[in-house]
Write a protein that binds this ligand. Sequence first.
Ligand SMILES: Cc1ncc(COP(=O)(O)O)c(C=O)c1O
Length: 472
Amino acid sequence: MKKEEFRRLGYEIVDWVADYLENLEQFKVVPSIRPGEIKKQIPLSPPEEAEDWSQILNDFHQIILPGMTHWQHPGWFAYFPANNSPASILAEIITAGLGAQCMSWQTSPAATELEEVVMEWLRKMIGLPEGMVGVIQDTASTSTLCALIAARERATNFEVNNKGFYRPMTVYASDQAHSSVEKGVKIAGYGRERMRYIPTDDNLAMIPEALEERIRQDIQAGAIPTCVVATLGTTSSSAIDPLRPIGEICARYGLWLHVDAAYAGTAAILPEMRWMLDGIEYVDSFVFNPHKWMLTNFDCSAFFVRREEEYVRTFEMNPEYLKTAQDRLVRNFRDWGIQLGRRFRALKLWFVIRSYGVKGLQALVREHIRLAHLFRSWLEEHPLFEIMAPSPLSLVCFRLNDGRPEEELNKLNQIFHQRINDSGQIFLTHTALRGRYILRFVVGSRTTQEKHVRLAWEIIRNEAERLVSSKS
Ligand SMILES: Cc1ncc(COP(=O)(O)O)c(C=O)c1O
């Protein structure tokens, strides 16, 4: 590509992105296409000759765009959000332009040092204890896996790293924990059977007494209880596990306490949400995802540990070809996780935090929580809806309940859910709580305003009323 063409296309593409973000509402949130429909439009073999850029971009618009799900859409109420923002997009362009691989301090001193600084900013912003040190991982799943591996080593004085497992080691999380915990337990070598799911209370939060009881049983059976993963903001219902009593148990029995706050962690920038962190002094590691609710393009997962040296010892490798003259003076983030090569992710966080300011980010999160509670109040006032869980954050769990027998409600709600999403204007996902099919309504998209929540309510209420009247 000639440099003039690169410039021209670059401007054109930035214009396209700006238009896309302004006109998101003209798209259906989720495309209506069948599996295989995109693939069949793309040749099975790569082109032998260079292709023309007009053709490449034309194919993007004709083939790829119609098959995209629009995560930045204001009608996005599904899963948890994965927000971008203009500041973050601009940083990603620069990062791609720099093309740096930031595994060591030497391979990009500024990338390492900026990562150190922005992680310290984040630590202060969400109120983690002084002395916790952060690193950017790709995802919460990877962060939790790293915590499980580090916990394994601390519990065995690094013997598993050397010899492999020699005694059963057990991991504890609530029965509402994200599947990434069990996935980590499988990958880290504990074995799925050593995963202990602890029952939850009426608020879907872990019951500390049940945790302690299970730890005692495992000790008696000859296992090494190793790690507890507490969740702040479970995926299904945003339940908050009580850190203080869980932390006291971990301290009593010598377990590593990891906190998965993938979505909820961002809300800790609000002073009124800091109650979630009561007991944080017991925590050994903590993860939350700025790529969810803090306007930073996927991927960007902020992972903090309490004892840096112990943590790094778990992962570090020092082959001759990676040694540098500064190794003793600097942090080499290649020793902070699984991968060697690393993207420059700190730049986008830096741009986002500076361009919004902490106050700007607080205002956004606070508004999302307000909108979710407004939506919840409409559901509460309507006789056809049932609220299914507390809403400490911006997630509302509900279902349609017109009084028919319990065994018919799951089917009814599946149909109801499908009809809502068929509108194309909004997108919700579901979960199961205690065996019941439940709709999740998450307010978290940067582009969502009160008018979009009102539109969502209209669609949801109309579909509910239509469905119930057609069945009666
Ligand atoms: C509580 C919780 N933990 C972990 C994850 C996994 O996040 P990631 O995609 O960053 O691995 C999610 C995803 O939504 C989540 O809700």
